[in-house]
Ligand binder design. Sequence first.
Ligand code: SAM
Length: 280
Amino acid sequence: MPECYDMARPFVKWAGGKRSIINELLARAPDDLNSYFEPFVGGGALFWSMPRNGKAYLSDVNFHLVITYRMIRNNVDGVISKLEQHKKHHNEKYYAAAREMLSKATDELEVASLFIYLNKTCYNGLYRVNKSGIFNVPMGRYNNPKIVDAENLQKCAKFLTNVDIFQHGFSQIEPKKGDFVYFDPPYHETFSAYDGSGFADKEHEKLATFCKDLDKNGVLFMLSNSDNQFIRRLYDGYNMENVDASRFISCKGQERKKANELIIRNYIRRDEGKQDRKRA
Ligand SMILES: C[S@@+](CC[C@H](N)C(=O)[O-])C[C@H]1O[C@@H](n2cnc3c(N)ncnc32)[C@H](O)[C@@H]1O
């Protein structure tokens, strides 16, 4: 169990981050689990709050994000000291140069510190790259962005000890019977044919098939997504609950709207009574 006073928070702002429904997720997490898997980790809101005794495996397709998790785990003091440098130089010109630097950086410490610096100073914490792989989110208008949160980064590093972190797609994970997987894919309605961001219907279908296979193998899963007919049809027969969440709904991250979120599970907790296993 993590000690509450010592709880780490996401070290990045992340589109689709689940801080606003964290209590809803925690209340539905399984009573017992072996290993914890989070294959769409992003900012990892649930991961940082989740009581954990066993092993944890985090993954995401975002290369820069995954390197940053690893560097915080492996060399948090190095990350903090580089961030102090970025903080000292921060202005519009430095921000523009940092965007270019991130695309060319090969040193992992450099990547991690630039990634956090840009996340803290860019518009809304968005992550978007152009066709040449250059981060192209404009600078945000903040008076005093918190570029270095050393205390939280140290807590994150501690919590990441012994956690395995991979860059790969969700279907590469290999949970076993009794393990728990939290899936938080990009929302269904955010797919953009224009820049290919987000998940198209085909990926959502693949994910639903993947979840059904896990279910057959005795793996526990919880998944959050937009509440709409398409998603409800894909997971028909599982335990589905609608919760209110205020979140970014547009793939461009411009609009913040009240949207309904669906939490889907293939189990219920002991305190939820003796209901049918899948249909609450
Ligand atoms: C909604 S965000 C996760 C937010 C996270 N739960 C949080 O609280 O910050 C979805 C994440 O899925 C990642 N992603 C997109 N496609 C993926 C795929 N095919 N496999 C694994 N990760 C993917 C994105 O990079 C993004 O970080």
